[in-house]
Ligand binder design. Structure first.
Ligand code: ATP
Ligand code: MG
Length: 190
C-alpha cells in the first residue's frame, strides 16, 4: 500500500534522517518556530520531547496546548527560573545544578533513540549565563541518534554550534512592540 500523493517530492520517511536545527538571534520567533515544527511532526505521529532549560522565560499558553499533544509530545520544564534578575533569590549553585540536571536528563532521553524530534528550548541562554558550556552542547550534538532531529533555541548560539548544525536561522529584530512600551501580550508573547 503506497500513498505517494501524501508525500513531499523528496520525502525519505523509510529511512528518516535527523538534522540539527538552530533558532537563534535577538528577534521574536525562536521558540514559536520550534513549536511549529513539533506541531508538524505530531501530524505524522512522531514522538517529540521538549526540555525547557530556563523556567520562567516560558509561560502558560504553550504548556496548556502541549497537553493536548500528548502522548506524542513529552514536556519537561527544568532549570530554576530567572537567573540574576527580578525574582531570583536562589544561590547561583542552585541554578548551575538545575541546568546540569537538565543537561544530563536531555542527553539520556536523546540517546534512548525513542524520539524523532527533541527540542532543547533556551539552551543557549544557559550557556550565556555560564550554567553549561559550549562543549556540553557539542557533546549533545555528538550523541544524537541518526534518526532524531534536534532543535536548539535561544539567543547567542555559540559559533562552533552554528558551524556544526545543519539548518541555522537567525531571527532578526526589525521591530518589536516592546520597544514602544507595549508589554508582552497573552497568547502572542506567552
Ligand atoms: P517566542 O517565544 O515569541 O517565539 P523567542 O523564543 O524568539 O520568542 P525569547 O528570547 O525566548 O524569544 O523571549 C521570549 C519572549 O520575549 C516573548 O514574549 C517574546 O515576544 C519576547 N521577545 C522576543 N524578542 C524580543 C525583542 N527583540 N524585544 C523584546 N521582547 C522580545
Ligand atoms: Mg524562546
Amino acid at each position: 500500500m503506497t500513498n505517494t500523493e501524501n508525500k513531499a517530492p523528496n520525502s525519505t520517511d523509510e529511512s528518516p534522517r535527523g538534522l540539527v536545527l538552530v533558532n537563534t538571534g535577538d528577534g521574536k520567533g525562536k521558540t514559536t518556530a520550534a513549536l511549529g515544527t513539533i506541531l508538524r511532526a505530531v501530524g505524522y505521529g512522531h514522538r517529540c520531547l521538549i526540555v525547557q532549560f530556563i523556567k520562567g522565560s516560558w509561560m502558560y499558553g504553550e504548556l496548556k496546548s502541549i497537553r493536548r499533544l500528548e502522548p506524542e509530545v513529552e514536556f519537561h520544564r527544568m532549570g530554576k527560573g530567572f537567573v540574576g534578575i527580578v525574582d531570583d533569590n536562589l544561590p547561583r549553585e542552585e541554578h548551575e545544578k538545575a541546568a546540569q540536571e537538565a543537561l544530563v536528563f536531555a542527553r539520556n532521553k536523546l540517546m534512548s533513540g525513542d524520539y524523532r524530534l527533541v527540542l532543547l528550548d533556551e539552551i543557549f541562554i544557559a550557556v550565556t549565563l555560564g550554567l553549561i558550556s559550549t562543549k556540553d552542547i557539542l557533546d549533545i550534538m555528538d550523541v544524537r541518534p541518526a534518526h532524531t532531529t534536534l532543535i536548539l533555541t535561544g539567543r547567542g548560539a555559540p559559533q562552533e554550534v552554528i558551524e556544526r548544525a545543519d539548518t541555522v536561522t537567525e531571527m532578526r529584530e526589525v521591530k518589536h512592540a516592546f520597544r514602544k512600551g507595549i508589554l508582552a501580550q497573552r497568547g502572542v508573547d506567552y
